[in-house]
Design a protein around this ligand. Structure first.
Ligand code: PPS
Length: 307
């Protein structure tokens, strides 16, 4: 298969050459966005596919026909990938839905003159590392991930494909003033309250849904529905490109899986790096799924704080 072993270095960030060329990356930075476009932005493994499905279902008022018949990459193609222009031309999504993993310092200027609606999806980075590591094992277009400790260090250094998680998240979430329309949704929000997250996205997209439609969206973008939907679980991708015997794209879909992978020492060094790199950032992530009792205590604390 073409260019599986090629890496493209672009502005100091490595991108898999199977999907990207210097031209496709360069073209992405000059893309003429339209005001009606919807742009889904994320660092890899943060819930991109989930948001693509949510937006697709919302735009179709919960009707799963497109979601069950057209692959996600055709409904919401990646701006920086070489086949983007061709796919966008035949994409059935109205308005156009575009996806990107590009950092804000590269793509921001292209968005300056439009009121494109941007949905930024983030996920707690310990779960991102683990999900990305497993994905490297099955995705033959990504460099071989040798050992987890090595991969973990590369994540912290920002040298993995698509660059630094820290720069990505800070770059996009600091843009509330510069971008007219940016909605930040976390993976954990979707996981803890999918119904609420769908309503939040539908209101941002000015695509109001009645309660039955929200419930249909919830049903079709649950982990189990998406895991069994070939249009979104990447099983259509040939074995040479994604080795499905080495894992599933829809792997676990949980908050806090990092606890099964990171050692205590790695957890501590992660926290140290996180604290120093994110000191200028007010974001707060949910790091693990709370049990019922813990959730009740924190809800009470929030109610008290708000009253
Ligand atoms: S990619 O390659 O960047 O497009 O990957 P991305 O879609 O951002 O992230 C993949 C992870 O998201 C999980 N996922 C979900 N979790 C819960 N519910 C739903 N519906 C869902 N859809 C996707 C997917 O399982 C990957 O996470 P892990 O932790 O590996 O399971």
């Amino acid at each position: 298969m073409a260019r599986l072993d090629v890496t493209e270095m672009f502005h100091g960030i490595s991108f898999p050459g199977h999907l990207h060329t210097q031209d496709s990356l360069q073209l992405a930075l000059k893309f003429p966005f339209q005001d009606s476009d919807i742009l889904i932005v994320s660092y890899p493994k943060s819930g991109t596919t989930w948001m693509q499905e949510i937006v697709s279902l919302i735009s179709n008022k919960g009707d799963p026909h497109l979601a069950q018949n057209v692959p996600n990459w055709a409904r919401s193609p990646w701006l920086e990938q070489y086949y983007f222009a061709a796919v966008l031309e035949t994409s059935p999504s109205t308005p156009r839905v575009i996806t990107t993993h590009l950092p804000h310092h590269l793509l921001g200027p292209a968005l300056h003159d439009s009121t494109t609606k941007v949905i930024y999806v983030s996920r707690n980075p310990k779960d991102v590392i683990v999900s990305f590591y497993h994905f490297h094992k099955m995705a033959n277009f990504l460099p071989e991930a040798d050992s987890f400790p090595e991969f973990f260090n590369q994540f912290l250094e920002g040298t993995l494909s698509y660059g630094s998680w820290f720069d990505h998240v800070k770059g996009w979430t600091n843009q509330t003033a510069a971008l007219d329309k940016l909605l930040h949704v976390t993976y954990e929000e979707m996981s803890l309250d999918l119904h609420g997250a769908i309503k939040k996205v539908s209101s941002f997209l000015e695509c109001p849904l009645v309660e039955d439609e929200v419930n249909t969206c919830v049903k079709h973008c649950s982990f189990s529905s998406m895991k069994h939907n070939n249009m979104v679980n990447y099983t259509l991708i040939p074995q040479e490109i994604m080795d499905h015997s080495k894992g599933s794209f829809m792997r676990k879909g949980k908050i806090g899986d990092w606890k099964n992978m990171l050692t205590e020492e790695q957890n501590q060094s992660f926290d140290k790096v996180y604290k120093s790199k994110m000191q200028d950032c007010t974001l707060e992530f949910v790091w693990e799924e709370q049990n019922e009792e813990e959730r009740h205590v924190s809800e009470q604390a929030t109610i008290k704080k708000d009253s």
